[in-house]
Design a protein around this ligand. Structure first.
Ligand code: NAD
Length: 503
């Protein structure tokens, strides 16, 4: 099947005067990069209608047919990884290597989703149970239909691909509304899909701000996969409630890294600094709080300070991290540094003067009161709070006291795994940081204000399907589910059940 864009009229960005547009900006300079359409509700509805028409063809391709098409896209993405990295770097300001890593991780997930979709979602037998022994029971997971994806700007490839790749592999068509800060990345992804697959209605992009996102929620999609802030998630849920459209919600976090006395402190310090400062701290699973046991607190702080003092932001392709992509975040970061220091916290590296728009130098704060906004709220900047605790049990208690619950890390030799299991969150790395995100078979998602539902792994594939249960009679036996049943049937059945389950 090959559909064409003239089936519906979706005005292009290049028709001045006819289409309302907005600009994407280079956050390093504030210069406009390109203009994109601000798609109206009617246009979004038309795009979703095209996706609906294409969904039968895509779903009928089956697991193997889709895996072949997704494989063609993966190979194209692989050959053009540097081009994609350049688009990402321009719109987010992040260094080229960080942009390259995003592309590499996304390819890994795309491969896993396509390769495992049949095993996870295909028909399989289920036990019929003693009472229904004359039936064959099967379960399978067909696609929901059309999935609307609302994406953030901080990892504009890796994050939405956690929904897009899994939704496509499961047999859905996708309409993606990238962040208004990164429309070029979203458009690039959809264009390369069309180029590789030869079909332009399976994965489409609409562009615009929150209004366009709201229009996508109302346009008749079968599920919305949202990644962004907790505040926006509540609005998205309220909009989706109007049509009872199910939502997957991936929000922010306040991830903690716990350090026990027997931990390798060099490894832990390296993880604290990279986990909190890479991507300028604009990482949903970035390290924002460290709880270190008293016995090794000073030693860890010295090592963290020595490393953090070496890290420098900049706009060059080989900088260690780039600017704060969303200018309004600079006030949030300054406000939290001020609050921590005003309330008795210590600045071990950097401090109030570290915010130099559009960049923020590394900031390490210590002994910050637990009710300071630097401890309670998502910062999304290259800052970290290091607080000391009596022992690992107190560290768990404090880590779990957050209203967020996305990821976490534990550095410990003896108790790492045990403590990981006690943390109230979705993912934990033991003696590593953010490692779970690079393992495609591991589900990814949070609890509390970090959201619900899962991307990645088998759960991430099932998220974009419905369970379809089928029972099929294999042979006749006494039938309870009929008005014709003899009176003795229920008595015999009751005796049988008591004999089996009543003991
Ligand atoms: P955001 O909430 O501002 O926007 C997210 C998306 O929602 C954007 O595409 C935006 O245009 C759209 N949107 C805004 N208002 C809307 C509305 N009323 N209806 C429908 N759509 C609307 O988030 P952001 O600033 O782009 O991203 C940063 C946030 O995302 C951080 O909190 C970060 O922690 C979180 N995040 C979470 C994950 C995760 O997997 N859990 C991954 C990356 C980022």
């Amino acid at each position: 099947m090959t559909s064409t864009r003239d089936e519906v009229s979706v005005p292009a960005a290049s028709q001045p005067g006819q289409q309302d547009t907005f600009d994407s900006l280079d956050p390093r300079t504030g210069e406009a990069i390109a203009s994109y359409p601000r798609h109206s509700p009617e246009q979004v509805e038309a795009v979703v209608a095209r996706a609906r028409r294409a969904s039968r063809w895509w779903s009928d391709l089956g697991f193997d047919g889709r895996a072949r098409k997704l494989g063609a896209w993966r190979r194209l993405l692989d050959t053009r990884r540097d081009e994609l990295a350049a688009v990402v770097s321009r719109e987010t300001g992040k260094p080229m290597d960080d942009a390259r890593i995003e592309g590499i991780l996304a390819l890994d997930h795309l491969h896993w989703a396509a390769k495992n979709a049949r095993r996870v979602l295909g028909p399989r037998n289920a036990a019929a149970g003693l009472l229904m022994i004359n039936h064959k029971a099967t379960v399978e997971y067909p696609p929901v239909g059309v999935v609307g994806v609302l994406g953030p700007w901080n990892y504009p490839v890796f994050t939405p691909m956690g929904s897009i790749a899994y939704a496509l592999a499961a047999g859905n068509t996708v309409v993606f509304k990238p962040s208004e800060l990164t429309p070029g990345v979203g458009t690039w992804l959809a264009d390369t899909f069309t180029e590789a697959v030869g079909e332009d209605a399976v994965f489409q992009v609409v562009t615009g701000e929150g209004e366009t996102g709201g229009a996508l929620c109302r346009a008749g999609v079968d599920k919305v996969a949202f990644t962004g802030s907790t505040a926006t998630a509540k609005k998205v849920m309220a909009t989706c409630a109007e049509t009872l459209t199910p939502v997957l919600v991936e929000c922010g976090g306040k991830d903690a890294l716990l350090v026990d006395a027997d931990a390798d402190l060099d490894d832990a310090a390296a993880a604290v600094v990279w986990g909190s400062m890479s991507n300028a701290g604009q990482t949903c699973v970035g390290v924002e709080r460290v709880y270190v046991v008293d016995a090794v607190a000073e030693e860890l702080l010295d090592k963290v300070a020595a490393r953090a003092a070496q890290v420098r932001p900049g706009g060059e392709p080989d900088a260690q991290y780039g600017p704060i992509t969303m200018p309004s975040q600079l006030d949030v970061i300054s406000g939290q540094i001020d609050d921590a220091l005003d309330r008795g916290g210590r600045a071990v590296v950097g401090g109030r003067g570290s915010v130099r728009a559009p960049y923020v130098d590394p900031v390490v704060l210590a002994d910050v009161p637990e009710d300071s906004s630097a401890v309670t709220d998502e910062t999304f900047g290259p800052t970290v709070v290091v607080n000391r605790v009596r022992d690992l049990d107190e560290a768990v208690e404090r880590a779990n006291a957050s209203r967020y619950g996305l990821g976490a890390a534990v550095f410990a030799k003896a108790r790492g795994h045990e403590v990981a299991r006690r943390l109230r969150c979705g993912m934990v790395s033991v003696n590593g940081v953010i490692a779970f995100a690079g393992i495609p078979s591991l589900p990814f998602g949070g609890v509390g204000d970090s959201g619900f539902g899962r991307i990645h792994g088998a759960d991430g594939l099932r998220e974009f399907t419905r369970a379809l249960s089928i029972s099929e009679r294999r042979f006749r036996s006494v039938n309870v589910m009929t008005f014709d049943r003899p009176g003795w049937v229920v008595k015999v059945l009751a005796k049988l059940v008591s004999a089996i389950y009543g003991r």
